[in-house]
Write a protein that binds this ligand. Structure first.
Ligand code: B12
Ligand code: SF4
Length: 512
C-alpha cells in the first residue's frame, strides 16, 4: 500500500507562543489526508513544530519508515524550510517522491522543479489532484503517465517542465470527507487562552471578489478563456454544522478558526447555518474574516444578530486595507470607506464582538504621513485591535516580484521573508516601513494597555491575552538586545524575522 507522509518541516516559532510551538493544525493536510485515506492509502501527518521534532529526528523518521510520497505545503515565510526537508528526504529515502502544493509552491513551480528536490507540484485545490497522483505513482514505472492528470507541474524524462491544464474546482464541497482530525493531537496547538482548544474549519472555498494582493481567489478559481476567474463554493449548512458538532463534542474544541477568505458572502447561508447552530446548541468562540460591505446587509435582515447568537466570543477580522477609496479601488477591493464605517458601527453594538481592523501598508507610494493618517483614521472606527500588515509580494498575485528564486536557492542570507520584501516603495525604505509599523502600532495599542485588564476580571479574554503576548515579545526582544549589545553574543538575524507575530525564535528542539 502506498505510504504517504504529509510533513510540516521544523520551523522557527513566534516568541509570543505559549507552551505550544505550533499555532494551528494544518487544515490542508487534514483535508488531503481524509481523501487519501478514504481511498485506502496509508497516510500520516507529521507537524514537526507541533510534535517538537527537529531536523535530525525527522531524518531518522523518514529513513526508518520510508514513505513512498512526502507532501509539503508550507506558507511563504516557511517555504525554504520545506525545501530543506525535501532535500533531506531525498537523501534519507531516495525512492520517495516529493510533492509540493499550497499557496506558495503552486506559484513558483519553475524554480522549484529546476532548483529543488521537489518532483511534482500540485497547483490550486489539492484533494482530487493529489489522489490521482498517488494512484498513478502506485503503478510500475513503465505504466506511469502523469500527463493526463490536471493541475500539476513536473519534469519529463528529458528534463522539460510539463504543465498540465487547470484542475477545475470541486463544485460540491459536501463530497469531501470530514477532515482527518484524528491524525493530529489538538493538545499540541494553540496559544495560551486566546487560542486554547482551537480548530481550523472552513465552509467555503474561493471568493466572489478578486483583490489584487490576494492569491486566494485565483488559487481556488476557475479558468475561462485562458483567464482565471473567482469561483466561490460553500458546503451546505447541514454538513458544516456536522463538522462543528464533531469538533465541539468529540474533540472538545472551544474556538473555531474559520479559514474562509470571506466567511459572510452568502446571506442565506449565514442565516440558515447560524439558526442551525442555535437550534442544536453548538456554541463556541469564533475567529472569522468578514467582508465589511456584507455586515450591514446581514444586520438589516437580522442575520448578523443570529451569527452573534450562534457564537460565544465573536472575533471579527475586517480587511479595511487603506484609508482612501482611490487606494481601495487600486487594490480592486469591493467596498469603500462608507461600507467600512457602517460595518464597524454595527460591530460595536454587540458586546461579544472583538473587532480587528487590518490595514495594508508598504504600497508603492507609501509615506510616513499616510501611515500616520491610517492610525488617526482608525480611531474613528474604534476597533478593539489593529494590524498594520506589510503588502507582501506573494507569488501569483499582481504584486509578485519574482521572489521564488530566493526561496528555492535556500540561501540563508537571502531567503524570502517579510522584511526584505522586494516591493520597492518610492519614498521610504523597508527599514523605515518597519520602524513606522512599530511606531504607529504602539500609538494604537499603548492607550489600550491597562494593568487592571491584565490582572482583573474584564469582558474580553482576547484583550488580556493580547497584552500578555505583547509583554512576552518585549521580553524576548530585550533578552536578545542584552545578548547582542552588552554580552557581544551572536543573535541571528532570523530572530527578528517577521512571521505572523513579529519575532521568531529558534526552539531548543530545532536541530535535534
Ligand atoms: C490559517 C491561515 C493563517 C494562519 C496560519 C496558521 C498556521 N500555520 O498554523 C495565520 C493566521 C497565522 C496566518 C498568517 C499569515 N497569513 Co494566512 N491564512 C490562513 C488561511 C485563513 C487559512 C489556510 C487554510 O487552512 N486554508 C484551508 C485549506 C484547506 O486550504 P489550503 O491551505 O489552500 O490547502 C489546499 C490547497 O492549497 C492545496 N494544498 C495545500 N497544501 C498542500 C500540500 C500538498 C502536498 C498538496 C498536494 C496540496 C496542498 O490543497 C489543499 C486542499 O485543497 C488562509 C486563507 C484561506 N482560506 O486559505 C490565509 C492565507 C494563506 N494567509 C495569507 C497571508 C498573506 C498570511 C500572512 C502573510 C499575513 C500577514 N501579512 O502577516 C501571515 C504569514 C503567514 C506565513 N508565515 O507565511 C494569504 C496567502 C499567503 C501565502 N501566499 O503564503 C492567505 C491565502 C490569505 C489571503 N486571502 O491572501 N495565516
Ligand atoms: S475579499 Fe478577501 S478573500 Fe476575497 S479576494 Fe479580497 S482579500 Fe481575497
Amino acid at each position: 500500500m502506498t505510504k504517504v507522509f504529509l510533513i510540516r518541516a521544523p520551523r522557527y516559532v513566534s516568541a509570543l507562543f505559549g507552551k505550544h510551538d505550533s499555532l494551528m493544525p494544518p487544515l490542508a493536510f487534514l483535508s488531503l489526508a481524509a481523501v487519501l485515506r478514504e481511498n485506502d492509502l496509508e497516510v500520516k501527518i507529521i507537524d514537526c513544530s507541533a510534535s517538537k521534532i527537529g531536523w535530525k529526528s525527522i531524518r531518522k523518521i523518514i529513513e526508518g519508515q520510508k514513505p513512498d510520497i512526502i507532501g509539503i505545503g508550507e506558507e511563504t515565510a516557511f517555504a525554504h524550510e520545506g525545501l530543506r526537508l525535501a532535500e533531506l528526504a531525498k537523501e534519507a529515502a531516495p525512492h520517495c517522491k516529493i510533492i509540493a502544493g499550497g499557496y506558495c509552491y503552486s506559484y513558483m513551480e519553475d524554480d522549484l522543479l529546476k532548483n529543488s528536490a521537489i518532483d511534482l507540484v500540485v497547483v490550486g485545490e489539492g484533494e482530487v489532484t493529489f489522489l490521482e497522483l498517488a494512484k498513478e505513482m502506485d503503478k510500475d514505472d513503465t505504466n506511469k503517465d502523469f500527463s493526463k492528470i490536471k493541475g500539476i507541474r513536473y519534469k519529463d524524462k528529458d528534463g522539460n517542465i510539463v504543465k498540465t491544464s487547470k484542475r477545475e474546482p470541486i463544485q460540491d464541497l459536501d463530497e469531501l470527507p470530514i477532515p482527518a482530525y484524528d491524525l493530529i493531537d489538538f493538545d499540541d496547538y494553540g496559544i495560551g487562552k486566546l487560542w486554547d482548544k482551537v480548530a481550523p474549519i472552513e465552509h467555503s472555498r474561493g471568493c466572489v471578489n478578486s483583490c489584487s494582493f490576494c492569491i486566494l481567489w485565483k488559487h481556488f478559481g476557475t479558468a475561462k478563456n485562458k483567464r482565471i476567474l473567482s469561483c466561490y463554493r460553500t458546503k451546505s449548512a447541514e454538513r458544516t454544522a456536522q463538522e462543528v458538532e464533531i469538533l465541539l463534542k468529540r474533540y472538545r474544541m472551544k474556538t473555531l478558526y474559520w479559514c474562509d477568505g470571506a466567511w459572510n458572502i452568502n446571506g442565506h447561508w449565514n442565516r440558515e447555518f447560524s439558526q442551525k447552530l442555535v437550534d442544536d446548541g453548538l456554541i463556541s468562540n469564533w475567529w472569522i474574516y468578514l467582508n465589511a460591505d456584507l455586515v450591514p446587509r446581514d444586520e438589516k435582515t437580522g442575520t448578523f444578530k443570529k451569527m452573534i447568537d450562534a457564537s460565544g466570543q465573536f472575533n471579527a477580522v475586517i480587511g479595511v486595507e487603506r484609508k482612501e477609496d482611490i487606494e481601495l479601488n487600486a487594490l480592486n477591493k469591493s467596498y469603500d470607506q462608507d461600507d467600512v464605517a457602517g460595518c464597524f458601527e454595527i460591530l460595536k453594538r454587540y458586546p461579544s464582538v472583538w473587532a480587528v481592523a487590518l490595514y495594508i501598508v508598504g504600497i508603492p507610494d507609501e509615506t510616513e504621513q499616510k501611515i500616520k493618517e491610517i492610525v488617526d483614521h482608525v480611531q474613528l472606527l474604534n476597533p478593539d485591535g489593529l494590524g498594520l500588515m506589510p503588502l507582501e509580494p506573494e507569488e501569483g498575485t499582481d504584486f509578485s516580484q519574482g521572489m521564488s528564486h530566493l526561496i528555492s536557492s535556500y540561501d540563508k542570507d537571502h531567503y524570502y521573508d517579510y522584511l526584505s520584501r522586494g516591493i520597492k516603495m518610492r519614498y521610504i525604505t523597508d527599514k523605515q516601513l518597519r520602524k513606522y509599523i512599530r511606531k504607529y502600532s504602539a500609538k494604537f495599542w499603548m492607550p489600550k494597555i491597562r494593568w487592571k485588564d491584565l490582572f482583573g476580571r474584564q469582558n474580553s479574554i482576547v484583550h488580556r491575552e493580547m497584552m500578555k503576548f505583547g509583554i512576552n515579545a518585549t521580553k524576548a526582544k530585550i533578552k536578545d538586545k542584552i545578548k547582542r549589545d552588552l554580552l557581544g553574543m551572536p543573535v541571528p538575524r532570523y530572530n527578528y524575522r517577521c512571521t505572523y507575530f513579529g519575532i521568531a525564535r529558534k526552539p531548543e528542539w530545532y536541530d535535534l
